[in-house]
Ligand binder design. Structure first.
Ligand code: GDP
Length: 453
């Protein structure tokens, strides 16, 4: 395999930049471009996990002062010999160092190639490789927790334990199917049924957890709806901590949909502050009302705001009714005013409710109620959760196969036929972990990586 090199830090000004070189020739390349000052040995003579201060030069001219770190196979990120040069973090100087490495025997690394080599060299499995990218792109605590659990192999272990029981089953089926005349006892159908049922249930649990996890990792598409002047913009501003929407006492000022993502505890709300829902003659505002109604239909979560300083109206009832069956939270705003609102009449339309004064601030209670509604406390990535669409599709495919195998068994299909269907399911599980993933699948996973990772 060729020796690859790339800049592993962002292409931007910074304190330091790191040029990573990996492969059989990595230390030979380092010998040619790096002269240690702090040590006598050449890079190729240095022990693994040691570093040296020295100069990067092209033989005639010094390019930079730098620190070289040596990793020896297999104790490196890629499992190969690795040299990492930490130089000054200028774009030009960094590119010069990389160019020098390329001139002296290395070839440019492709996107994600260092991690791909770690995978191909058996340092990590495919889900752990995905976790590397998740760690880099994590924008909050919950995402980072998910990525750490994935990197730690939580999902791999959970899938592996499912897969192991299927492999054992396939083993006894194969023995019986291949040597029916021998004395191998016939596989008990109730045993096959037991294993398949347990596997289907476990995969079902994981698939159910996927949507919940996605809310936590990627945020939830949230619509703030309500009549004009109930305090939607005030709430949005309170959530985002800045003057994002126009707050005014004139009804119908928010005409287009203002969108923003805000973090509330463990959850990211992808908010839309919509025009007040009401009938109106105003053409532009009417457009906004239409958008608001559409938003209410498509949003995953609805925050329905009510002005509790006013009596309940037919419009409130109609809005509440349109929230029925949706994941919805009633925000009983203006709790600082004398209370005239009869929430009891519409409370059955909502998953939960919270009383607040958006004008005075304080989101603690809202955060708590929302956490309960979205069940974020129950979310435990450490138990092993599916974290992306690729994994979800594999788990789904496996579950469908095992369900079909169970059906086939109930319909009296031959054990050979049942075995073939179970085998399909097992293949999907092995593709999930990467133990039996095609080159195309592996390439697809790494195509999302950046160069240098
Ligand atoms: P929207 O039309 O639903 O977006 O409502 P706004 O956010 O523009 O608020 C309408 C009016 O209600 C403004 O004058 C706000 O200052 C006021 N308001 C918002 N929240 C509260 C609250 O909690 N208490 C009181 N007393 N007034 C509020």
């Amino acid at each position: 395999m060729s020796t690859i090199a790339a800049i592993s830090t962002p292409r931007a000004l910074g304190g330091i930049s790191v040029i990573r070189i990996s492969g059989e020739e990595a230390l030979a390349v380092a010998d040619k471009i790096f002269t240690p000052i702090s040590a006598k040995e050449k890079p190729s003579q240095m022990a693994g996990y040691t570093c040296a201060y020295g100069k990067v030069s092209d033989g005639n001219n010094d390019i930079d002062e730098a620190v070289l770190t040596v990793f020896r196979a297999p104790r490196s990120y890629t499992g190969e010999d690795v040299a990492e040069i930490s130089c000054h973090g200028g774009i030009f100087v960094t590119e010069q160092v990389l160019r020098l490495a390329l001139k002296n025997g290395a070839v440019p690394a492709e996107a994600g190639e260092f991690t791909k080599r770690a995978f191909l060299n058996g340092k990590i499995n495919l889900t752990q490789a995905e976790a590397v990218m998740d760690t880099i792109s994590a924008g909050g605590r919950a995402e980072l927790r998910c990525a750490a659990a994935l990197r730690d192999g939580a999902l791999f272990r959970r899938i592996k334990s499912v897969s192991d029981s299927i492999v054992t089953l396939l083993g006894s089926l194969a023995a019986w199917v291949d040597y029916p005349e021998d004395d191998i006892p016939a596989v008990d159908e109730t045993e096959i049924e037991k294993v398949l049922t347990a596997t289907i249930a476990e995969l079902g649990e994981m698939l159910k957890g996927y949507d919940n996890g996605r809310i936590i990792r990627e945020g939830i598409d949230t619509a703030i709806v309500g009549k004009p002047n109930v305090g939607k913009s005030t709430l949005m501003n309170l959530l985002s901590g800045c003057e994002r929407s126009i707050v005014t006492e004139i009804a119908g000022t928010t005409r287009d949909i203002v969108e923003e993502s805000v973090r509330l505890g463990d959850v990211v709300l992808c908010l839309s502050d919509t025009a007040g829902i009401r009938d109106t003659e105003d053409v532009v505002e009417n457009q906004g009302v239409k958008l608001a109604k559409k938003k209410l239909e498509t949003a995953q979560l609805v925050l329905a705001v009510f002005d509790t300083g006013e009596a309940l109206t037919d419009e409130d009832i109609s809005l509440a009714e349109s929230c029925t069956g949706k994941l919805s939270l009633a925000i009983l705003n203006k709790s600082d005013l004398e209370q005239r609102f009869d929430f009891e009449k519409i409370s059955h339309c909502f998953g939960a409710s919270v009383s607040i004064s958006a004008k005075s601030g304080g989101l603690g209670e809202l955060e708590k109620v929302l956490g309960k509604l979205l069940k974020t406390e129950e979310f435990s990535p450490e138990a092993g959760v599916l974290t992306n669409e690729r994994q979800r599709r594999c788990a789904e495919r496996a579950k469908v196969s095992f369900e079909q195998a169970l059906d086939a068994l109930h319909c009296g299909a031959t054990l050979d036929a049942v075995t073939i269907i179970i085998d399909d399911g097992e293949n999907a599980l092995l593709e999930l972990t990467g133990e039996r993933a095609s080159e195309a699948v592996v390439d697809e996973v790494f195509s999302h990586f950046c160069v240098g990772k």
